[in-house]
Write a protein that binds this ligand. Structure first.
Ligand SMILES: Cc1cc2nc3c(=O)[nH]c(=O)nc-3n(C[C@H](O)[C@H](O)[C@H](O)COP(=O)(O)OP(=O)(O)OC[C@H]3O[C@@H](n4cnc5c(N)ncnc54)[C@H](O)[C@@H]3O)c2cc1C
Length: 690
């Protein structure tokens, strides 16, 4: 007799379907504000809006473009594509990144692929289907106009990249090959083995370098933006630190674009590059840019499980592996320590195939992640015990190898299998991989309108840094699509409407707003170097990550989130009184760099919890224990929560002053501006993948 659970997914059956009555768990933690709306998307049929906007957007003549300047923070796919395109158009572009080369941006890590509605497989795909899948995948919490445009321009991206020489995988006949990703029933994911991000970034980087040579783009590597300069209510520049010499530099321009990536590292352990952080976005937020849906965090189901308490990085196994790998756990808890090859078919629970027969192993990420968690919570996890629990499920290729042959599997996923073998010491061709969910991507980010302009005029935000088009859950292979759509095809049209107001007044380096921003950077650096406490920056980061994972991770509850806010506030206060930052300000100092980033994470973490507390519904990745269907699926409350939560910062934009607590307590209760979400082209439904 096995102890296999029924199809119920819930981790705690004492929770029940919540009533949709209005109840504001976050009352007292925030201040309600005026509604906010996107005013840039033209009305009319959804498939005509983008053409209309492009036509309406005012033009800037080639001669005038040469007189206008743009700062772009970030050289990942979103930033490099924007830099190359705006440079090609003739604007003066200054491009910043903190890596030693633009092409080392985190985008290089992307493995699985990039979506586009080309319908090469003739399997029923279309722009409308990609639009529909994305809105549904995001659990009806994204802006319809933006998502349609994304689906629409997706096909151009592939053409652009092929023209640049990106070596997408091809079929025998020469057509570009496709594979499937979660949450869809077509094959629309273009890929370059398991290195899609790297190949796309090389394409964008080459285009950027071409403009460097042409003289339109200047790159600033090893430079970290530490403050935004706002003059008369408009973003006009940045203060950056040269990370090698420590010099504080002022850079001014007519418009600023943030393409600074996501903030998943607020959880400490994530699949993001170690350097990914929120500082550029958070500094802009403190200066007036609203932060939207910060609690929407994507937890990816197929990562290599945590193996011990001292780990500082998690590794993704691409979602593409779910095309051919089958996910299972032993039916019987007693089998969890056995060699998986000794467990017969009849004793295995292919739980995704069982619960979701229509989508099987290709359910969206949020659903696959929660399902894995519940199997492990139920005691049927596999692999080594960490803190008393086995947190792993099998991803098994035995069937696929038997069906297609080892060579075919190696050709598709060889580098991923090699990576897995190097990290775990196990051979995935012979023993099933072990996987477990890990923080991977953030759908939240700075609020932008249809033009990708933030609530702060002159500040545009692209790629993962904006709150994006993915609603409450991003479908696999859609981040690369969005970053390149923003940079190659959307921003170049929308930013010109803003720049058409030029020429703008010149801002001098001794303008009071510039001097104030520089002073704030210098004070902050001095503060970190003079606290001279006893704890390392990393230890604070790890503790924050544990709080976020425990209370604002795969499942959230009112009590847990309130506890997390208290814990974060105490931790933040302690950080500013007791952190130890070694070294000096005038040289390479990674401890100092991290201190600034962790200080910002400590503020962001609190806002994420307040956002999660306010949203007493489950949608996509945001699973509130109080709001689930009887069989444990996410239960939305469209009557109450069909909005984007755009948060305004109310504390001091430049904290400091007297005493350590002056640094820690300067958050203020954030103001919540709601952007109502309405759907005209798609009907809102409860999601089902069964
Ligand atoms: C392991 C992994 C695999 C993935 N695979 C896929 C996939 O197969 N398909 C898919 O669609 N998505 C995938 N994703 C998601 C996708 O890779 C990212 O969402 C996307 O690459 C983000 O691109 P970006 O240009 O917005 O930001 P990034 O690539 O993160 O670039 C950020 C840039 O901003 C710069 N920057 C940041 N802050 C500052 C600052 N303060 N000052 C100066 N510069 C700054 C950085 O130097 C960098 O150049 C994956 C993610 C991970 C973690």
């Amino acid at each position: 007799m096995t102890d296999m659970p029924d199809t119920t997914l819930t981790s705690d059956p004492s929770y029940h379907v919540d009533s949709a009555e209005e109840s504001d768990d976050a009352a007292g933690y925030y201040v309600p504000g005026a509604p906010i709306a996107d005013t840039k998307a033209p009305g009319g049929p959804i498939d005509e809006q983008w053409d209309a906007r492009k036509f309406e957007a005012r033009m800037v003549s080639p001669t005038n473009r040469r007189k206008l300047s743009v700062i772009i923070i970030g050289t990942g796919l979103a930033g490099a594509s924007a830099g190359a395109t705006l440079g090609e158009a003739g604007y003066h572009v200054k491009s910043f990144c903190y890596q030693d080369s633009p092409r080392r941006a985190h985008s290089i890590a992307a493995q699985g692929g990039i979506n586009a509605a080309k319908n090469y497989k003739e399997d029923g795909d279309s722009v409308h289907r990609l639009f529909y899948d994305t809105v549904k995948g995001g659990d009806y919490r994204s802006r319809e106009s933006n998502v349609y445009r994304l689906a629409d321009v997706s096909t151009n991206i592939i053409d652009q990249c092929v023209a640049q020489g990106v070596p997408f995988a091809r079929e025998y006949g020469g057509l570009l090959d496709n594979r499937s990703f979660g949450g869809v029933q077509v094959s629309r994911t273009f890929y370059a083995r398991g290195q899609t991000g790297q190949q796309l970034l090389i394409g964008a980087y080459q285009a950027l370098e071409r403009q460097v040579r042409a003289g339109t783009v200047t790159t600033y590597t090893r430079h970290e933006m530490l403050e935004l300069v706002v003059v008369d209510g408009r973003a006009r520049g940045i203060i950056a630190r040269d990370m090698v010499t420590g010099a504080i530099e002022t850079h001014l321009a007519d418009v600023v674009v943030l393409a600074s990536g996501g903030y998943g590292n607020v959880y400490y352990l994530s699949t993001n590059a170690m350097g990914s952080n929120v500082t550029a976005s958070w500094r802009a937020h403190r200066k007036g840019a609203y932060m939207a849906n910060p609690c929407y965090t994507q937890i990816h189901p197929t990562c290599i499980p945590v193996s011990g308490a001292h780990q500082s990085k998690l590794t993704l196994m691409s979602e593409s592996l779910r095309n051919d790998g089958r996910i299972w756990v032993p039916k019987d808890k007693a089998d969890c320590t056995k060699d998986p090859r000794d467990i017969p078919e009849a004793d295995r629970d292919y739980y995704l195939e069982r619960i979701y027969p229509s989508f099987g192993n290709l359910v969206p990420r949020d659903i696959a992640s929660r399902a894995a968690k519940y199997q492990c919570d139920d005691g049927r996890g596999v692999g080594p015990e960490v803190d008393g629990v086995r947190r792993g499920v099998y991803l098994d290729f035995a069937d696929a190898i038997a069906r297609l042959g080892r060579d075919a599997i190696e050709e598709k996923y060889g580098n991923l299998f090699d990576m897995y073998a190097r990290i775990t010491g196990e051979n995935p061709y012979e023993v099933p991989m072990r996987i477990y969910p890990a923080v991977h991507y953030v759908m939240g980010g700075l609020w932008v309108d249809y033009d990708l302009q933030s609530s702060l005029p002159g500040l545009f935000v692209t790629g993962e840094a904006n709150f994006s088009d993915h609603g409450a859950n991003r479908l696999g292979a859609s981040a690369l699509m969005q970053g390149l759509a923003d940079g190659y095809f959307v921003l170049p049209h929308t930013i010109r409407d803003y720049l058409a107001d030029g020429p703008f007044d010149t801002v001098e380096e001794d303008h009071p707003a510039v001097l104030e921003a520089r002073a704030a950077v210098q004070e902050r650096i001095e503060h970190f170097l003079t606290v001279n406490g006893t704890r390392s920056v990393d230890s604070y980061h790890r503790e924050l990550g544990n709080i976020m994972w425990e209370y604002c991770g795969m499942e959230r509850s009112e009590d847990g989130l309130k506890k997390a806010i208290d814990l974060i506030r105490t931790l933040r206060d302690d950080f500013h009184r007791n952190v130890k930052v070694l070294g000096s300000a005038d040289s390479l100092n990674q401890s100092l760099e991290k201190a600034g980033r962790v200080a910002d994470f400590l503020e962001l973490g609190e806002l994420m919890c307040i956002d999660a507390l306010n949203r007493r519904e489950s949608c996509g990745c945001h699973f509130r224990a109080e709001s689930q269907t009887e069989d444990g699926e996410a239960l939305r409350h469209d009557d109450l929560y069909a909005y984007v939560a755009a948060w305004e910062f109310t504390g001091s934009p430049n904290p400091g002053g007297t005493g350590a607590s002056a640094w820690a307590d300067q958050m203020g209760a954030p103001v919540l501006h709601k952007e109502e979400l309405t759907y005209s082209a798609i009907e809102m439904k409860q999601r089902s993948y069964k």
